[in-house]
Design a protein. Structure first.
Ligand code: ZN
Length: 274
């Protein structure tokens, strides 16, 4: 029995509220949704902020509002800001890191998404990693392709991140890596070869959410869920909330004979201070 961290990606950057009104958009909706997910067992929240249903935002003020609310209502929860690119100018992507969230996502390479190239040019990756180091923000390395693991290794070799990497494998994005167990096994093996002290999470997009979580639980990883990745609980029904998706992941963890990590355990596992 091991403690497993549930990350919840509450909002994302794709215009989606029209498809599922449970996706939280305003800071108060985001804080409320995060609190419910926290009560259901999530100990890490991955945050994008939005101007409205359609438009991703970058302003540090919005990030600050959500961070303050989550700190107040969800004691110990790990706060992770997205530095993702969709709909944001490159220069803005790191602008909220000065708020010193516990963590921030960091993509170490580019990849095709359903209709666009998700561009992460080498100078930007280096700059974001440097800013995270400057503000003491732990990166979560987003792995959309095997080469991204080696991108992370180069950052560590350059002294821009430490050896206790936290890696996230993203499977099931159309045009990127398919959600197949043997691929995850290859990624995990390579990740641990490059970073023997690494921790890792796997995220399955859409209908892949549940099977990918199951593989991660079996292979020694942690789990990510949430409306950013998947707005459904089944092919017939939209998810009613982030908390509902977290409850499903928590059920998978318990059914496998493990337990859901507490905030203190999650912080210890990721070597974050309390
Ligand atoms: Zn995201």
């Amino acid at each position: 029995m091991r403690p497993i961290i549930i990350s919840v990606a509450i909002t994302g950057s794709v215009p989606r509220k029209a498809h599922n009104p449970a996706v939280p958009i305003t800071p108060s909706e985001q804080i409320e949704s995060t609190h419910q997910a926290f009560e259901a067992g999530a100990t890490l929240v991955h945050i994008h902020v939005r101007h409205d249903d359609e438009t991703p935002a970058s302003d540090p003020e919005r990030f600050a509002q959500v961070q303050d609310g989550v700190r107040r209502h969800c004691p110990g929860m790990i706060i992770q800001f997205s530095t993702g690119g969709r709909g944001r100018a490159p220069a803005e992507r790191g602008s909220a890191l000065k708020l010193r969230p516990d963590m921030a996502s960091l993509s170490t390479g580019s990849v095709n998404f359903p209709t666009i190239v998700y561009e992460n040019q080498p100078p930007l990756v280096t700059e974001l990693a440097g800013t995270m180091k400057q503000f003491g923000v732990k990166p979560e390395i987003e792995i959309f392709d095997l080469s991204h693991l080696h991108g992370a290794r180069r950052l560590a070799d350059a002294g821009l991140m430490d050896e206790q990497a936290h890696l996230q494998y993203v499977l099931g994005v159309q045009n990127a890596m398919p959600a197949e167990r043997h691929l995850l096994e290859i990624l995990v093996e390579e990740g641990l070869r490059l970073f023997p002290q690494a921790t890792w999470t796997a995220a399955g997009i859409g209908r892949h959410q549940r099977p990918v979580a199951g593989w991660a639980i079996e292979l020694g990883g942690h789990v990510r869920t949430g409306l950013e990745d998947n707005i459904r609980v089944s092919s017939e029904r939209l998810a009613g909330s982030n908390a509902e998706l977290v409850s499903i992941a928590a059920g998978q963890i318990r059914a496998a004979g493990h337990r859901v990590a507490t905030p203190q355990e999650a912080r210890a596992l990721l070597r974050l201070s309390d």
